[in-house]
Design a protein around this ligand. Sequence first.
Ligand code: MEV
Length: 312
Amino acid sequence: SNCGYGHAHSKIILMGEHAVVYDYPAIAIPFTSVQVRVKVQANQIGRDFIQSSIYTGPLTTVPKQMENIQALVNLTRDSFQFDRKALLIKIDSDIPAGRGMGSSAAVSVALVRAICDYFNYSISDYQLHLLVNQAEAIAHESTSGLDTLITASDKPVIYRKSQKPFNFPLDLNAYLVLADSGMEGRTQQAVSRVLQLKLQQKEFVAELMESIGNFVEQAYTAIQDKNPAELGRLMTYNHYYLNQLGVSNERLDRIINASWMAGALGAKLTGGGMGGCVITLAENLNQAKVIAKAMKQAGAHKTWTLNLNKFA
Ligand code: MEV
């Protein structure tokens, strides 16, 4: 029978999360080793049906956290005036949900690609970005659009809400270790916590954001200068400021401390925070292994190692 396929990958925010919501720059890199695959077929039962690890059942009765998926299926079908035939949608994801790894955006990107593939429609990246952003606005209150942008692209990007995204080559002789804290990140709560703090302490927060924006720009320069030690320092500063914004927690800090003790060049939380993931910069593969082990001992559930010279 006729099938449509779509896939998308995870992303890592290297620097600048949260401040990016307020139009400061952020750097994100694609993380292609962790993927989402979606398969779409005609549904014999005659109604839209979804199969995934979180929920299996009719599309009309999805749980709250999948309402964006429901909206997206209908939005995609309506936007391109596809046939109203019932679809069977199988979602298979290696991206842990709610870890700031862009799982929600990646599922959306893969889903739209699969539906378009099923109807033999070749969608442009721009159309994809627009559709997915609409669905993301349902899933998360105020998003910067960074997640959807980077999951639809396979190049590192420096992004600002008000500006055109800018791809750049990343060719650094260093390794990034990503660690899942094992605790659900709470992006939406973290984003509202920052907003609350901003309403209460306007100047303090403005200064923190301003500094984060400067670190991001300096980090971009450190990348151009091929200076991992400097990038590591800036990552650590960025974490300290995120901590001031109230989006870190004890568990993340414990994992980050362990990586510093193990000799990391730098470490920070990545994504929304209050759980989720941590990233660490290591000088070489051997150090990356030592750090990964230390982070696991400090409570990390899973780690992934990424060579930063593969985006040249
Ligand atoms: C979440 O992955 C990144 C945040 O900056 C929120 C956003 O950019 O929408 C915390």
